[in-house]
Design a protein around this ligand. Structure first.
Ligand code: GDP
Ligand code: MG
Length: 451
């Protein structure tokens, strides 16, 4: 999967202090393959990778993030950017009614969307009306009437009497979808509905007659929005379908449907980039409630498949105090870490949430997870209490803590003397190890002066 590949590509970058050009190229190659796997179209992948590379090469080394996290952050930001940044709202007509026309292939989810959108708009105080212009597929009008009834929204349809929609159903006698659309908009005006949603016919494939019908309906009703409804599951075909509708009908926005399926979202990325039209809504199921405005950030983390990693990065940046960390790193490498520093570090980590969650979020943190799996929040509470029970001089130099002080500290912090001894011993061992490690990593010869 994309997530595995990215994690794999990024794991190789862990522990490096700085990104080299060849690191970036190697990672970019993996990300490129991964995006193609997710059905993003090739030209879009090329643009995307070029942007990521450029930014990665020009980026400053972040103090808060390791190189792997930095790349994930850039990839994510570029994805959100391509997906449209902020979500665009429906453009309302200056003089009601606002006309919204739905277009797309058969089975894309137009009729279902008509119900969802009308219910959503009604919830915001609008008084929408649906217009049934799919006169092609048997049962299409009736389907819209059922949907309208569920949403509590009236449906304007031809052939009165075939309705199961009950009292909300209006009608006109015509087999011509363009005439129905026009009559529907006129009716909405008369009845003072402020939004009209026009459901149209689709074909299984792109088809000249269908396009002409759709553009005729558009010309006859001058919609404020034409929403192209796209099944997210159709993969690479999304691009050619979107291009055909962009040329044949032209649309102002996109609605992605069937996002409850296992589609990776590559279609979203391609369609946004190729047509330049915003994705406005997302459909996530068959029920009327399975619907929301489109959130580019959520889609980006879906495409990356790394939502947890992204939220970890966000938290790391929020809670990071660069100066403090630099001071601590210097102390570590000098072997001068105090119990106070130790406590501060721990508190910083704890601000990010329970330690278990934190480790679960790290890509490829297997080894560390094993090593730290025994440390739970209760133990951290205990350590915190012990350190707080010490005097500043003792925290600075735990060697001065003698036996009677250890008993006092244990009593004062509600732990046993063994707990205190263990903490002090572990602290010395950790300080020695960290100093040696940082010496090796930084090529500074690890001056562990105090041990
Ligand atoms: P239309 O031909 O474009 O009008 O498509 P329909 O609205 O009739 O939907 C076609 C099928 O897809 C129906 O069975 C819907 O219940 C289903 N459908 C529509 N939207 C979604 C969605 O977001 N998720 C899922 N799982 N099914 C959907
Ligand atoms: Mg339909």
């Amino acid at each position: 999967s994309l997530s595995d590949r990215l994690t794999g590509a990024l794991k190789d970058l862990r522990g490096k202090g700085r990104l080299t050009d060849s690191d970036i190229d190697a990672t970019a190659r993996e990300i490129r393959l991964a995006l193609l796997d997710a059905d993003v179209s090739l030209p879009v992948v090329r643009t995307f990778i070029a942007n990521v590379k450029e930014r990665a090469k020009g980026s400053e080394v972040s103090a808060a993030l390791n190189p792997a996290q930095q790349i994930v952050k850039i990839v994510n930001e570029e994805l959100v950017g391509i997906l449209g940044g902020e979500t665009r709202r429906i453009q309302l007509a200056k003089t009601p009614p606002t006309v919204i026309m739905l277009a797309g292939l058969q089975g894309a989810g137009k009729t279902t969307l008509a119900g969802k959108l009308s219910k959503w708009l009604a919830g915001q105080g609008h008084t929408p009306m649906l217009v049934a212009c799919d006169l092609q597929r048997p049962g299409a009008v009736q389907q819209l009437q059922i949907v309208g009834e569920r949403a509590g929204v009236p449906v304007f349809a031809p052939h009165p009497g075939t309705s199961v929609g009950g009292e909300g159903t209006l009608g006109v006698s015509s087999g011509d979808p363009v005439a129905v659309a026009q009559a529907g908009v006129a009716e909405a005006k008369t009845r003072q509905h402020d939004v009209v949603i026009i459901d149209t016919a689709g074909r299984l494939g792109i088809d000249a007659e269908l396009m002409r019908q759709a553009s005729d309906i558009r010309d006859a009703t001058s919609p404020d929005e034409v929403l192209f409804v796209l099944d997210a599951m159709i993969g690479q075909d999304a691009v050619s379908t979107a291009q055909a509708f962009a040329e044949g009908v032209d649309f102002t926005g996109v609605v992605l449907t069937k996002l409850d399926g296992d589609a990776r979202g590559g279609a979203a990325l391609s369609v946004r980039e190729i047509t330049g039209r915003p994705i406005m809504f997302a459909s996530t199921g068959e029920k009327l409630e399975d619907f929301d405005v489109f959130h580019p950030d959520r889609m980006a983390s879906r495409i990356l498949g790394m939502g947890d990693v992204l939220s970890l990065i966000e938290q790391a940046e929020q809670h990071f105090d660069a100066e403090e960390a630099e001071r601590t790193a210097a102390k570590i490498s000098q072997g001068e870490l105090t119990l106070d520093d130790f406590l501060q570090q721990m508190l910083m980590i704890r601000k990010m949430g329970p330690i278990g969650n934190l480790l679960g979020m790290l890509p490829g943190a297997g080894d560390m997870k094993d090593a730290l799996s025994q440390v739970d929040d209760r133990q951290l509470d205990k350590i915190q209490a012990i350190i707080r029970g010490m005097t500043p001089a003792e925290r600075d130099n735990p060697k001065i803590i003698n036996a009677s002080r250890r008993i006092r500290i244990a009593k004062g912090s509600g732990v046993t003397v063994t707990d205190v001894n263990q903490l002090v011993d572990r602290f010395f061992a950790a300080r020695k190890m960290m100093s040696q490690m940082s010496g090796r990593m930084m090529g500074m010869g690890g001056g562990n002066r105090k041990n």
